[in-house]
Design a protein around this ligand. Structure first.
Ligand code: PEP
Ligand code: MN
Length: 340
């Protein structure tokens, strides 16, 4: 549960926090320029805390037992800026994260890492644990893949983002990874989300397969309410009507709506959003026009030989072209935004 306070007055916040602690629960206090709230955490809180007693405490405006609040603009109206090393998500900058769908070998990752870092990419992606539909498809290199990703990212001065599929690998991720990705298949794995709330690493949270925007933000709230405010939300396409011509439906509307709903930085993944190499550049440009803060793009030195998602992976020269095209659209976006 979450207690929204009427004001940021420290005395009231303290008495709510003391009340909660006295009943055997943990608290986290959140303040924005507009609001203050106290999250009630810990097992059994529903049994330990009496709702009407809590609601009656001085300074309490509302007690949330459903929905989300901290991740919404109602809590904090100004854009949140997530800093990871020298990379900034939100606040006007545009981050392009790129790399293979899966880390397949040191040589493959090194070739891609070398090429994209020379093009100015600061964050390399690459899956080590691959959630595949078929039990017989390539499942990723596991911990060895994490080590390769780390080594290559360090070699070329990039950050490393990769997907965590199970909490049992969290320790290794804490060691080798800069940004932990939660994939579409795990965005409602609530126990995993709880662990990520205290892991100390920034999170790239994809929209789940069956998420709408409210349930997606509720997933982010699991992480945020446990104290991890460094979350980037990534649109990755929603399930379409027939998957004959493209894999998923890139939801540009979601970017526009999420900009209004949440203060967290937004990302778009046109690779999984379309499943089509030839759609990635135009979709990326559209995302820029829709105000995305970041892009997540699959690139491969040999998409035809890729063990995973080759059809939606750009060739290196196509990726270079995309980066040039993005500059044109970014300029247009800036000019249009400056119009009165
Ligand atoms: C990925 O980015 O590697 C991935 C598996 O994406 P999603 O979870 O969006 O399917
Ligand atoms: Mn992929």
């Amino acid at each position: 549960m979450l207690v929204k306070m009427k004001s940021s007055a420290d005395g009231d916040i303290k008495s709510v926090a003391d009340h909660v602690k006295a009943h055997g629960c943990e608290v986290k206090i959140f303040k924005s320029e507009d609001n203050a709230a106290v999250a009630v955490l810990g097992e059994g809180r529903e049994q330990k805390i009496n709702l009407s007693e809590l609601s009656a405490l001085s300074g309490v405006e509302k007690v949330y037992t459903k929905d989300y609040f901290l991740t919404s603009r109602a809590f904090k109206n100004s854009d949140t800026v997530v800093k990871v090393g020298d990379v900034t998500f939100g606040g006007g900058s545009r981050v392009v994260m790129a790399g293979p769908c899966a880390i397949e070998s040191y040589e493959q990752t090194d070739a891609i890492g070398k090429a994209i870092s020379a093009m100015g990419v600061k964050v390399m992606r690459g899956g080590a644990f691959k959630p595949r539909t078929s039990a017989y498809s390539f499942q990723g290199l596991g911990i060895d893949g994490l080590k390769i990703g780390r080594e290559v990212a360090d070699k070329y001065g990039m950050l490393f983002v990769t997907e965590l599929t199970d909490a049992r690998y969290l320790e290794a991720f804490t060691k080798y990874v800069d940004i932990i990705q939660v994939g579409a298949r795990n965005s409602q794995n609530f126990e995993l989300l709880k662990d990520l709330g205290t892991c100390g690493k920034p999170i790239l949270l994809k929209q789940g397969m069956s998420d709408n925007l409210d349930t997606w933000l509720s997933a982010a709230e699991y992480i945020y309410s446990r104290g991890n405010e460094r979350i980037i939300l990534c649109e990755r396409g929603i399930n379409g009507t027939d998957n004959k011509y493209y894999r998923n439906v890139t939801d540009i509307n979601a970017l526009l709506a999420m900009k209004k709903l949440t203060h967290l930085p937004l990302c778009m993944d046109p690779s999984h959003g379309s499943g089509r190499r030839d759609f990635i550049e135009p979709l990326s440009c559209m995302a820029v026009i829709a105000g995305t803060d970041a892009l997540l793009i699959e690139v491969h030195n040999c998409p035809e030989c890729a063990l995973c998602d080759g059809a939606q992976s750009l060739h290196l020269d196509e990726f270079k072209h995309l980066l040039e095209a993005l500059k044109v659209y970014e300029e247009a976006y800036k000019n249009a935004s400056a119009l009165v």
